[in-house]
Design a binder for this molecule. Sequence first.
Ligand code: G6P
Length: 646
Amino acid sequence: MRGLLPVSRMTSGRGRRRSAAGEPAVATLVPMCGIVGYVGGQQAIDVVMDGLRRLEYRGYDSAGVALVEAGSLHTAKRAGKLANLDKALAHEHPVPATTGIGHTRWATHGAPNDVNAHPHTDAAGRVAVIHNGIIENFAELRVGLERRGHDLVSETDTEVVAHLLGEELSRHDGDLVAAMHGVCRDLAGAFTLVAVAAADPDRLVAARRSSPLVVGLGDGENFVASDVSAFIAHTREALELGQDQVVEVTRDSVTVTDFAGAAAEATPYHVDWDASAAEKGGYAWFMLKEIDEQPRAIADTLLGRMAADGSLQLDEMRLSDEELRVVDKVIIIACGTAFYSGLVAKYAIEHWTRLPCEVELASEFRYRDPVVDRSTLVVAISQSGETMDTLMAIRYARAQRARVLAICNTNGSTIPRESDAVIYTRAGPEIAVASTKGFLSQIVACHLLGLYLAQVRGTKYGDEVKAILDQLHRVPAQVQRVLDDADQVRVLARDLAGSTSVLFLGRHTGFPVALEGALKLKELAYLHAEGFAAGELKHGPIALVDIGVPVFVVVPPRGRDAIHAKMLSNIQEVRARGARTIVLAEEGDDEVAGHADEVIWLPRVPTLLQPLVATVPLQIFACEVATALGHDVDQPRNLAKSVTVE
Ligand code: G6P
């Protein structure tokens, strides 16, 4: 059996420093990954592979499994997407194991080859481990292991853990829980670890520090995973592990301890998402399904926010009105698409609350010595709730005594848990790597926050808050109309799929929409795409405009006459230089038609809400161009959905 290799038959020694493909193993791999573990009555390989399929969005550079059966470990791992591992397993005799672990990896540097794929084992093949995160002191630990005669075959930090676990197992008479305690105490950095031991076929042991891990509680079976999507087909009852905890899982028991071995508490919770939400349901791509789910995502995010008297209520808000009244500055931190939702929010928050609002990339925030104190409200926006850059930024902010509020789509994830307050977006699981419904629901949640601040601080009257809430409640139907009229965008996408460069222009809230439109095209279609503030065009980017270059222009609603007129001039400027202009404008804006090669009509909404309708055609455009080019829309090259390394 080649695919599922009994570990005891794996050779050790220098020969294993090369992968099957013959490439040398590479230094300092830092995985950021999907993790699943199972103990129960079902065939572990089926449950684990199914879990990995649902987690593959977290990384897809390589995948592997380890199964425990009759005193031995069987592992299989393959570079590339999960399909490669699947294919390898299809040729093998099944291993009738009921305990197993699986891993899907996203490499930050180094080759994603077979050797570096997880699980990793100790030399004797007694223990297998999978890992997400970074063991910061791994080099030092490795030197110690080598001095003690260990021969490591990859240069991953994870293999170091496997060897340390092997040593600790000997020290603790084969007790995997005690071994895990011992190892975790010596590790620095962020990690989720899940281990199984050959001699202990009915148990798995997991640990976490600053990296995601949830336990799924079944009937006669239990699960561990990076997130609940791996097991919601089996159970919706989950346990949220705390920081620096170890969990021992058998089919009938779940025991939580701290790294010192003392009994510890984890928090049980019920997962609301229904299992079908994590399925494709007939769509070619998760992304198409998630684009179509946007009206529901917005409606759900708005659900139950209005009190009987028409005022806004935010149930999960754990900050008192008093704490919100003393806020004198808002700083929004986020990454990627979530960052662009923050840019949209800035316009609304400043306008409604008169508070200064900065928006900062999470990866930059703590390195510039930002002015943050106890009267700063830091808002962290993250769909996954696990983005390491954002997490590190909020830890920094809290150390400066700022109040931190998370806007997040994932219950039980680390960012809301480490924040003082949270507003959950209720978009349901977002599987496609490129965020769509996550983005729109983040904008809605930001608007709710802005309105709430305005209500508490008295910068908007109650009837004004209610009028904006009413407008927000009309948005799901308006987004639905954009979706229903999207054939024009699909045709356009097929027509423009051969473009080498596409530009996006916007002003005011149209500017972040332009940035997001360009990001989507980069992520999915691997095209050169850039978004600009339209006023900035003449200061440089206009040099990119050439005959036939497609330029998307987001025109603001006519209520903002000054910027509306300026946008019309900007369209003329690029058109005069040969650009093909595709203009997004509100219905009835007849003035734009004469300036555009093509107009995509948008429902009429106030300027501050326009991104909620204007982004949708750009999402569809990117998805269709990528499809026409033959790319994997849900899993674009080099990307991962949940980036849990800095
Ligand atoms: C990754 C994803 C992006 C996402 C960003 C922030 O880079 O590929 O689509 O916008 O992370 O993710 P978050 O979960 O924090 O919203």
